[in-house]
Design a binder for this molecule. Structure first.
Ligand code: IPE
Ligand code: IPE
Ligand code: MG
Length: 244
């Protein structure tokens, strides 16, 4: 089975550059090519949503020169890629707190969302200045405000309502989570939304992540039995019932 929603922590750009005695910025630039490939593959295969971690709320802690080279890369990449994505019917959305970005970057973000808003193909969510804890706290604030103004009763707050208040609530949660670069951690990515995702970790550094590597992750995913708390036998029985 093909995942409906894939989420990716694109990690390893810096190490890819270090290995080649290049500046870290060169690794980020090379990473854009791998990103383009996975977007194209997802669109071609009919994956409904791809969510990529481009910049975490913690990445502000990097040296200023790296942060500023990443910011320029975002502006130039959005400018260069969005029209092509639009032609491919991709809908581009950003998640995260964009208020800390420069006016120029905020404008590129808004324009790319506006241009592609009615597209019906792949939904590409770009997590920029995103943090899972920020997302959860944001949802809490929204719900608390709704309780305060009387539009939501305290007793109405349940998992479903909470879920509708976090980012990406309008789509199924990620089925497949991929992290390249060898680390086996979530790094404050979609911590609420990943509760039941299949987690795939691979040593390949992001700029080296190829079509075949993506294919391998999809094959691995297809071999998972997603039990959601049930027993394996129950799933076999359910499937037999459905095919009758
Ligand atoms: C991921 O690659 C890209 C961003 C965080 C923007 P890294 O820059 O984290 O690469 P490594 O982990 O240092 O190799
Ligand atoms: C996670 O990678 C963020 C992105 C890929 C944008 P990091 O490289 O920042 O993660 P940690 O800090 O090593 O966990
Ligand atoms: Mg890293």
């Amino acid at each position: 089975m093909l995942p409906r929603h894939v989420a990716v922590v694109m990690d390893g750009n810096g190490r890819w550059a270090n290995k080649r005695h290049l500046p870290r910025a060169a690794g980020h630039k090379a990473g854009v090519n791998a990103t383009r490939k996975i977007v194209e593959n997802c669109a071609k295969k009919g994956v409904e949503a791809l969510t990529i971690f481009a910049f975490s709320s913690e990445n502000w802690n990097r040296p200023e020169s790296e942060v500023s080279s990443l910011m320029s890369l975002f502006v130039s990449t959005i400018t260069a890629e969005v029209k092509k994505l639009h032609k491919k019917n991709v809908r581009v959305c950003f998640i995260g707190d964009r208020s800390r970005f420069s006016a120029k970057l905020q404008q590129s973000i808004a324009e790319s969302e506006e241009l592609t808003r009615d597209n019906t193909g792949l939904q590409l969510n770009i997590a920029a200045n995103y943090g899972g804890r920020w997302d959860i706290v944001n949802a809490c604030r929204q719900l608390a405000a709704a309780v305060r103004d009387g539009s939501v009763a305290l007793d109405d707050i349940d998992e479903q309502l909470f879920d509708s208040s976090v980012c990406l609530s309008e789509m199924p949660a990620p089925d497949l989570f991929i992290r390249t670069g060898g680390e086996q951690r979530i790094s404050n990515f979609l911590i609420w939304q990943l509760a039941y995702s299949e987690l795939y970790f691979v040593d390949t550094l992001w700029p080296d992540f190829s079509d075949d590597d993506f294919e391998a992750s999809l094959d691995w995913y297809a071999g998972r039995q997603r039990r959601f708390g049930k027993t394996g036998q129950q799933l076999i029985d359910d499937q037999a019932m459905q095919s009758n």
